[in-house]
Design a protein around this ligand. Structure first.
Ligand SMILES: [Zn+2]
Length: 119
């Protein structure tokens, strides 16, 4: 595994996510698009806000995972499963560079307590 390449990839992803989260929250504050006086139009805007809120939320969630992956990378635990301590499959890290658990732990759901059972 090339730690530098992984770090570059994670840093790039972190930038994308930061941008996506900040764009979504700027839209949510209606900086460029004030709420309409028209009620029907407001309903549409608020539905759009729900979507934006979900985008912002998921970007922030992934951002935290990317940050955690960068910390694991720095401490040399990047490819170690946080649940069982085995090595995480390289192809899994390639597909989900911020994952902290191996495939069987991610699928087994034994990691469900604590930090959510996603990945
Ligand atoms: Zn595991």
């Amino acid at each position: 595994m090339d730690a530098n390449a992984v770090r570059d990839r994670l840093l790039k992803r972190r930038e994308e996510l930061r941008q996506r989260a900040s764009e979504a929250s700027a839209d949510l504050r209606h900086e460029a698009d004030p709420l309409s006086a028209d009620f029907a139009e407001q309903v549409t805007q608020r539905e759009n806000d729900d979507v934006l809120g979900a985008i912002s939320h998921s970007a922030q969630e992934e951002l935290q995972q990317v940050e955690a992956a960068l910390r694991r990378l720095a401490s040399g635990r990047y490819s170690t499963c946080a649940v069982c301590g085995e090595d995480i499959e390289p192809e899994r890290l390639d597909a989900v560079p911020y994952t902290d658990r191996c495939r069987s732990c991610a699928e087994g759901g034994r990691a469900a307590r604590g930090r959510g059972a996603r990945n």
